[in-house]
Design a protein around this ligand. Structure first.
Ligand SMILES: [Zn+2]
Length: 347
């Protein structure tokens, strides 16, 4: 009996991530819910699993770690068409209310499955805070639209990283609650999984997607002074902005310059650049879904982050990220290629 158990657990440990994902997703079911323009996690994974089966090995699921409640955090690796030269990382669903972030990351996976980049490998983690995301889903279905931000360990996964944890801004004495971090660097299994991923892959560039604001931010978030790569950051950010459809694309800015007294300590943005030298961006997707003339919206924390129709914001986010990936592809194909944005930088 014990030998059988041991054998089966050994077998299970050895099944590939792809098989494990397809097997797991087979048991998912989709239900109707009050946000028809958004997908619940079961719908997202059913769709990705179907795409994986149709497109073969372009997308490979990877188990990047476990959440506090021991759920698998899934990542999806998109292999380039030709020789690999660069790696780009995309992270969504850090905060559980920000569904427009998860939709954009999912959209990107489905798009890249059909149109893989030429030389750039892309790894997308569409939902990091799986535990609390599932709670928000249950609450929406039950008709309660509560505000949620932390993970199941009670920490903000956007303040759980190593770089710039200590606040230095003079304003911290006036508004101490604005400059807080998690209890310790990389205190949560979700953040540890992301840090391990960075050790394994040298991501040239990375984007974490949040809501709301309508900004494409680059480091630093925890210090007011610029990074050494300020010019390059602004250039890449402008490329991402120019790729967006419609009027009034998102603004490009150093995160700490959003407002003179604003800083964010211990963010993934500063960690990805400060520790790993990745060209890191943080997109605050959408300018909110609240209609100020609709009284019912005022207390709706879900609507604050997620417009009723998120299609334009999903599209813009995807366009910006594809432009960044494309940039890394072009760099390989034409080492002397000069981006049109450089002209603008010389002005
Ligand atoms: Zn967020």
């Amino acid at each position: 009996m014990y030998i059988l158990l041991l054998l089966s657990s050994l077998l299970f440990a050895q099944i590939s991530d792809r098989d494990a994902y397809l097997r797991w997703s087979r048991h998912l079911t989709s239900e109707s819910h009050p946000e028809p323009n958004y997908r619940y996690l079961s719908e997202i994974h059913l769709q990705i699993a179907k795409q994986i089966q149709q497109t073969g090995h372009t997308i490979g699921p990877i188990r990047i770690g476990k959440t506090v409640e021991n759920r698998t955090i899934w990542g999806f690796k998109v292999a380039p068409k030709n020789t690999k030269h660069n790696s780009v990382f995309i992270l969504g669903g850090i905060h559980p209310m920000e569904w427009v972030s998860v939709e954009s990351a999912t959209n990107l996976i489905l798009h890249l499955a059909d149109h893989p980049p030429a030389h750039t490998e892309v790894i997308v983690v569409p939902v990091l805070n799986v535990d609390r995301r599932l709670i928000v889903e249950r609450e929406l279905s039950d008709g309660s639209r509560k505000y949620r931000r932390v993970n199941s360990g009670g920490e903000d996964l956007n303040r759980d990283y190593e770089i710039h944890r200590e606040a230095t801004a003079i304003w911290r004495h006036l508004f101490p609650e604005r400059y807080t971090t998690s209890s310790a660097p990389l205190s949560q299994p979700e953040s540890q999984a992301i840090d391990t991923l960075f050790q394994e892959y040298q991501f040239e560039a990375s984007v974490s997607i949040h809501a709301f604001g309508g900004y494409i931010y680059y480091p630093w978030a925890g210090r007011y002074y610029p990074t050494k790569a300020q010019t390059e950051f602004h250039h890449l950010g402008t490329l991402m902005k120019q790729a967006q459809s419609g009027k009034h694309p998102y603004h490009v800015k150093q995160l700490s310059h959003w407002m003179f007294l604003f800083r964010a300590q211990g963010t993934e943005l500063d960690h990805f650049y400060g520790k790993y030298n990745s060209r890191a961006f943080l997109i605050e997707s959408t300018r909110s879904g609240i209609h100020w003339w609709k009284r019912g919206d005022w207390k709706d924390s879900f609507r604050l982050y997620n417009p009723r129709d998120p299609s334009l914001d999903i599209r813009r986010c995807t366009e910006s990220i594809l432009a960044l990936i494309h940039h890394y592809d072009l760099l390989i194909d034409n080492p002397n290629w000069e981006c049109p944005c450089q002209e603008h930088l010389r002005d």
